[in-house]
Design a protein around this ligand. Structure first.
Ligand code: LLP
Length: 438
């Protein structure tokens, strides 16, 4: 992937940096992000939209990997930013991300989060439900502000993906249903709210999607909805946000399209289905997360113990696991890996990669072909840039790894490794006041 290759010493090199040197400098486990690959992906989206001739914004869905350095990078590449909590919003603002390019998502934004985002004067709220619409109107009125709003709708499209990560179908916790009239009523209501400026609508059908038909169908449903709103209420949508969900290649057999193919399919569908609405074509926004950072990430582990059960299986344990990559345990996600310190050697044995957590489900990869592996070897698991660091935990009080960006032979630390002191930094041991009060 990206700028990685095997160098003359037979070591995996990413962004011009030898992974054995990265281990020496930063330790393991280590998240390595190929900076150029992330930048290229951003530009591929932007170039594809430019080619469409439509007005657009590409918002990086920061949930995939949200740290200050990544917000900076997204800003430099001309991206907008999708945030879903005060934590992501704070990270973006502290990184100096322009507030007017931030879009705020979430199905249960607290009044405090809404206030924070209003005070920061973010670009737009993606309103999920009626309760939120009322709270937003109330707080915006108090602050005498007019806020840009997209209404999130569920277009009733089921994406062909893992059910936990498909969100566009009717039975979903997210958004206003188009099918049962609640989206129409929400538009009608939003228009009457003095401090709400309705920009348009938003639809997100799921994640890790390979086919374009789900996106095209969503465009069609959204266009039909826009037509009914135009006819019944004489309201036009300036913006249509089609969410994220563009798939990436984790393992052989995954068949994503090129970014430009997804964008072309969507923009072509917009040109077809919105053509009859009479007005100008809407501005199209998308929110890719995984496809921006996923393939650019590699996690480097040191091999420790192993357990060979003759005739059954050989377990090889690494110094991380479900704490830094919960996806195999959560979604049965598949990953590929190679020995980073002996990357040119032929496979000789089949092993299963275990993490170090105290539970049997902490397995990263089943049945991986590797050269004869020994303690001290370096294992590189590829495609870990998305939903790994952002979903990492401190289960078993394991420290979160460091994150480095690599580019042109240089490495830059962007998240320092947690220390043991960090692990107890929020703990409070109550003074034993019981005795005193007796
Ligand atoms: N927009 C909205 C409203 C979303 O809910 C999501 C993802 C995205 C954009 C970005 O989708 P992407 O381009 O990254 O597929 N933790 C799961 C993925 C959850 C995705 C949630 N929403 C995983 O590890 O696969």
């Amino acid at each position: 992937h990206g700028t990685s290759k095997i160098n003359d010493q037979g070591h995996l090199e990413i962004g011009g940096c030898d992974t054995t040197s990265l281990k020496a400098q930063y330790g393991t486990p280590l998240y390595i992000i190929d900076e150029q690959s992330v930048r290229n992906r951003c530009q591929e989206y932007i170039d594809a939209f430019k080619a469409s001739g439509l007005k657009f914004q590409v918002a990086y869905a920061s949930k995939a990997f949200c740290v200050m350095a990544m917000c900076r990078l997204a800003e430099e590449e001309g991206m907008s930013l999708d945030v879903v909590s005060d934590g992501e919003l704070y990270t973006a603002l502290e990184a100096g991300f322009p507030a007017d390019r931030i879009h705020f998502h979430g199905n249960n934004k607290t009044p405090e989060e809404i206030e924070m985002a209003l005070d920061a004067e973010i670009g737009c709220f993606v309103v999920d439900n009626l309760v939120e619409l009322h709270i937003l109107q109330f707080i915006a009125a108090e602050k005498n502000k007019k806020v840009n709003v997209l209404l999130r709708v569920t277009p009733g499209v089921e994406a062909h993906t893992h059910e936990y990560i498909s969100t566009g179908q009717t039975d979903s916790k997210f958004g206003f249903d188009i099918g049962n009239g609640s989206a129409y009523e929400a538009v009608k209501l939003a228009e009457t709210q003095a401090n709400i400026h309705l920009l348009g609508i938003h639809s997100h059908i799921g994640s890790q999607i390979f086919e374009v038909d789900g996106f095209q169908m969503a465009v069609q449903r959204v266009a039909e909805f826009a037509a009914s709103v135009k006819e019944g209420l004489n309201i036009g949508f300036k913006v249509v946000n089609l969410g994220g969900g563009f798939g990436i290649r984790y393992v052989d057999g995954d068949t994503p399209l090129h970014v430009s193919q997804y964008v072309k399919a969507i923009t072509d569908a917009v040109k077809v289905h919105f053509a009859d609405l009479g007005s100008e074509l809407p501005e199209i926004w998308v929110e890719p997360g995984r496809s921006i950072v996923g393939e650019a990430g590699t996690t480097l582990y040191t091999v420790g113990t192993s357990k060979d059960i003759p005739g059954v299986r050989k377990y090889v344990a690494v110094d991380g696991g479900m704490t830094d990559n919960p996806r195999p345990a959560l979604y049965e996600s598949k990953y590929e890996a190679l020995l980073a310190n002996r990357a040119q050697e032929k496979p000789e044995e089949t092993v299963s990669i275990a993490g170090k957590c105290c539970e049997s489900g902490d397995m990263l990869i089943w049945d991986l072909e590797l050269p004869k592996v020994a303690a001290g070897d370096l294992l590189a698991v590829t495609c870990t840039g998305a939903y790994n660091y952002s979903m990492a935990s401190n289960y078993n009080r394991i420290r979160k790894p460091a994150v480095v960006f690599v580019k042109d032979g240089q490495s830059k630390l962007v998240v320092r490794r947690e220390s043991l002191a960090d692990i107890i930094s929020h703990d409070v041991v109550p003074a034993n006041t019981a005795k005193e009060t007796v």
